[in-house]
Ligand binder design. Structure first.
Ligand SMILES: *Cc1c(COP(=O)(O)O)cnc(C)c1O
Length: 388
């Protein structure tokens, strides 16, 4: 079938209608599926037939969600998980053997970092990190045991960018599986497979749901790699629930229009902050002052929902700013319709030393805002009064 534009696929990719001819896709809350007879059941278990058997393996609602994300990311196949972290863990666990080595960006999601540093060493899987500002050092840490190259762009919470095309070339040259966590950009703004990624991971909890309701994760990529992840996952059981899959698939219908507004609001807020006397610096991918503005323009359609800035006055100024916020939420999530403010140094990254924080771009007065869908005038008014 001829492929259509992003927005059309997001709305019109839909599972087959039932005998009731419903317009909007129903929810298939069922743990298992029935067979016609002994031969049907035998053939289904022998994988001679592609059909639903048990919702730990596949369910119509999850399959629809996966098909949509595959179209968005230009991927062949995928598997949907109960959370973003289940997707990250299962993807690595399915592909790696004892003795294997990961080369990863240092600026990655906190729980992913803990997985690499605290748990994978138990199975003799080691990780070396490269600095997001020194991509030329990536090749120096690749060893004969390296199997995966891993990155996130834009990074959290530093809002730095990694040149995905350059990383894709390095992965290809060394025969590595290149995996990108594309959660911050969403498939609407950036499609890593076009730059050489083999697998793309998302936490569906963020912009994909977009309304802070459900946890979800997904990994998409080539048939060959996804088949390994599917086989591991159907045994270990991290599958997404049909209810959450149904929510997610509905949410994807409005992904483009929502993310457009997130980005429009975020750019306006970033521009406002850039001209504010209490602000030392602002980082947003589509601000011309962003050090990697050229990379952003090349690989992203717009800048995303996250803006980072530095308050003059460090930690104390940060706390005072937080206590003065009235409308926006103080919460750890992002990509929600409600704008969210976080202070990484005193919360999500407080366990790191000051030097460790600095190495991933976090300073004491740094504030991260996930810009939501409220009217931009009200978002700016709240931040303005808190800065004053
Ligand atoms: C939130 C997040 C995750 C983890 O997703 P959960 O759904 O919370 O498990 C992974 N990567 C990134 C970049 C995230 O922001």
């Amino acid at each position: 079938m001829e492929s259509k534009k992003f927005e059309t696929e997001a709305i019109r990719t839909q599972m087959e209608r039932s005998q009731f001819l419903e317009h909007s896709v129903p929810l298939y809350l069922t743990s298992s599926f029935v067979f016609e007879d002994a031969e049907d059941m035998r053939a289904s278990f022998a994988e001679e037939k592609d059909r639903n058997i048990y919702s730990r393996y596949a369910n119509p609602n999850s399959s629809e969600f996966i098909e949509k994300v595959c179209k968005m990311e230009s991927a062949e196949n995928g598997f949907a998980f109960a959370s973003g972290m289940a997707a990250v863990y299962s993807t690595f666990a399915a592909l790696l053997e004892s003795g294997d080595h990961i080369v990863s960006s240092r600026s990655i999601f906190g729980s992913t970092h803990s997985l690499f540093s605290q748990y994978f060493p138990k199975w003799n899987i080691s990780t070396s990190y490269f600095d997001v500002h020194k991509l030329e050092s990536v090749e120096e840490i690749i060893t004969p045991k390296t199997k995966i190259l891993y990155a996130e762009s834009p990074t959290n919470p530093g809002v730095d960018l990694l040149d995905l095309e350059a990383l894709g070339k390095i992965a290809k040259k060394h025969g590595l599986i290149f995996i990108v966590d594309n959660c911050f950009a969403s498939p609407y703004l950036q499609q890593p497979i076009k730059f050489g990624a083999d697998l793309v991971i998302h936490s569906g909890t963020k912009l994909m749901d977009g309304q802070g309701r459900v946890l979800a994760g997904i990994t998409v990529g080539s048939n060959e790699l996804v088949d390994k992840i599917y086989r591991f996952s159907r045994i270990t059981g991290p599958a997404l629930s049909p209810f959450n899959a149904w929510i997610l698939s509905k949410s994807l219908e409005t992904l483009a229009i929502r993310v457009d507004r997130h980005c429009e609001n975020a750019l306006k807020l970033a521009t406002y902050l850039e001209n504010h006397e209490r602000v030392a610096w602002v980082k947003y991918p589509f601000l011309k002052s962003h050090p990697q503005y050229e990379i952003a323009k090349r690989q992203m359609k717009a800048g995303g929902c996250v803006v980072a800035f530095e308050l003059k006055g460090g930690l104390d100024a940060g706390r005072k700013f937080f206590d003065s916020i009235k409308l926006l939420s103080l919460s750890a999530n992002l990509g929600d319709s409600r704008s969210i403010v976080t202070h990484p140094a005193s919360t999500t990254h407080s366990k790191l030393t000051k030097e460790e924080r600095a190495s991933v771009g976090i300073t004491d007065g740094m504030v991260r805002i996930s810009v939501g869908l409220e009217h931009i005038d009200d978002i700016i008014a709240d931040i303005g009064q808190a800065l004053g």
